[in-house]
Design a protein around this ligand. Structure first.
Ligand code: NAD
Length: 492
């Protein structure tokens, strides 16, 4: 039975705001179906939202930690109560399997709770007394923060910004991606309702809105998650007014499987498969190229295929047997297909993995059966580029030095993983250039909101999650009362 499409509004200064234009959001499993409509806000409406955040800033920065935390905890409670329906909406608009949508909300709640539990400690003033004088190192709010999030994990990559920003005394304007705007708007509304008008504002739209959010002189900080190319535009737009920035960008994460990895460890093999294909490969921190020691290469491929065929079940996101849903959008399907076709043309072997559970649905939606690419060259586009989809090249290496060189041969450095005996893996891990390196696990399976997350090289600037993720929404403000006022080298 068709479900009535939902309509989302912008939130400006605590009020729902009807935009003149709306954009439909389709269901990727069944593109004929419209899941809902999100506003296409104008530049003028974006300015209104920034002005509202700016007007609320002084009041909000003066509120106590206790009050900010209490409000955020009430919001968390409201989101938890609504999780089942929000997860369904997320799965319908995004395409990710329902368990994956529920998992995304659960991780978001863990982070919001961590932020509530730790913000006051992390941002408390440090006071140092010296020679009768005193110095206070205060952590002040930065100001108006604009948050721009992508479509692949819309709720967690928005709440990762909202929670620390508001708790630290900043106000915010959030713009989610038009490719998954609905569920995150529901979550944002639940949060905004618990805060004074103007503290959390929501706008939707394309680049025009993004440009205002990143260049407006009232914006003090940009928190962006998305592609590296988009980040370059954002840095240019922000340059004239020197804004603070946290940038969480693309990745091309390497998994290095050492010669002492146990190919008969079925659980570890399943973890590798999941680290390649969870959310149909559309995760920044998924293992996007796998390097395996040549000594175990053939056996590894045999066991990998067995594990993949068992775990990968492609189909309807609401079918409990399904592990991999459709891709989020047609453009992404076409991009991934181009990379696969290019590899085939160059002589690589492309092997289908797992099974398709519903052939008719598969033909209708943006589905792609996961594939393994063997025989690609180290510098082929499928290896060098972020594919962000359900295909993975697996390539051999000769020794640890070779593996480290291959892993580091990238403009990106988000996460990475090393698989093998722990001591050995740790030794190799130390040489990999990445924000995170996991041992015997990868991607979301090894994610822990208590620890900082972010990229090196063109994978980003700054960190989210962990105490660093809280600190990044504050400015250091030194208040100094020195008692030795007269410097001896300055003449009278
Ligand atoms: P994208 O860069 O196309 O879009 C991200 C957001 O930026 C969207 O809301 C979009 O509307 C907005 N935007 C587009 N042009 C803009 C402009 N000129 N100014 C301001 N905003 C603009 O990314 P995407 O396709 O939504 O997401 C996929 C990318 O995100 C991948 O590269 C992935 O690796 C990356 N990603 C990184 C992380 C991380 O934590 N490092 C997490 C998830 C996704």
């Amino acid at each position: 039975m068709p479900i009535e499409p939902i309509v989302i509004d912008a939130i400006i200064n605590g009020k729902k705001h009807k935009a003149e234009k709306q954009a439909p959001r389709e269901n990727p499993a069944n593109p004929d179906e419209t899941v809902g409509y999100a506003p296409l806000n104008t530049r003028a409406e974006t300015i209104q939202a920034i002005d509202a955040a700016d007007a609320a800033f002084t009041m909000w920065r003066e509120t106590s930690f206790d009050e900010r935390i209490a409000r955020m905890r009430r919001a968390i409670q409201k989101i938890k109560e609504k999780t089942p329906e929000i997860a369904v909406l997320l799965a319908r608009e995004h395409g990710k399997a329902l368990y994956d949508a529920e998992g995304e909300i659960a991780v978001s709640m863990m982070w919001m709770e961590f932020a509530c539990d730790n913000i006051a400690d992390v941002l408390q003033n440090e006071v140092e007394e010296h020679n009768g004088g005193k110095t206070i190192i205060a952590r002040d709010a930065v100001g108006v923060v604009t948050a721009i999030s992508p479509w692949n994990y819309p709720i967690s990559l928005s709440t990762i910004k909202i929670a620390p920003a508001l708790l630290a005394g900043n106000t915010m304007v959030l713009k989610p991606s038009p490719l998954a705007p609905l569920a995150v708007s529901k979550v944002t509304e639940l949060i905004a309702n618990e805060f004074p008008p103007g503290v959390l504002n929501l706008v939707h739209g394309e680049a025009e809105v993004g440009v205002e959010l990143t260049s407006n002189s009232k914006v003090a900080k940009i928190a962006f998650t998305g592609g590296t190319e988009t980040a370059k535009h954002i840095m240019k737009a922000a340059a004239d007014t020197i804004k603070h920035m946290t940038l969480e960008l693309g990745g091309n994460d390497a998994a290095v499987v050492l010669d002492d990895f146990d190919v008969n460890d079925d659980k570890a093999m399943r973890r590798i498969v999941i680290s390649n294909f969870l959310t149909a490969g559309q995760i920044c921190m998924i293992a996007k190229r796998v390097y395996v020691h040549e000594k175990i290469f053939d056996k590894f491929i045999e066991k990998y295929r067995e594990a993949a065929d068992k775990w990968i079940r492609v189909g309807d996101p609401f079918d409990k047997n399904v592990t991999v849903g459709p891709l989020n959008n047609k453009k992404q399907v076409e991009f991934v297909q181009r990379l696969i076709d290019d590899s085939k043309q160059k002589g690589a072997e492309v092997i289908k993995l797992g099974k398709v559970l519903d052939e008719e649905l598969y033909q209708r939606g943006y589905f792609m059966q996961p594939t393994l690419v063997l025989g690609a060259d180290y510098d082929d586009p499928i290896v060098e580029q972020e594919q962000f989809g359900p295909t993975v090249p697996i390539l051999p290496f000769k020794d640890d030095k070779h593996a480290i060189r291959l892993a580091n041969n990238s403009i990106y450095g988000l996460t990475s993983s090393v698989w093998g005996k722990e001591e050995h893996a740790l030794e190799v891990a130390k040489h990999i250039q990445a924000g995170t390196t996991m041992i015997n696990t990868a991607a979301i399976q090894g994610l822990d909101v208590r620890f900082p997350f972010g990229g090196v090289k063109q994978s980003g600037i700054g960190r989210e999650y962990g105490k660093e993720g809280l600190l990044s929404y504050a400015e250091t403000h030194v208040i100094n009362i020195p008692k030795t006022l007269d410097l001896p080298y300055i003449p009278e």
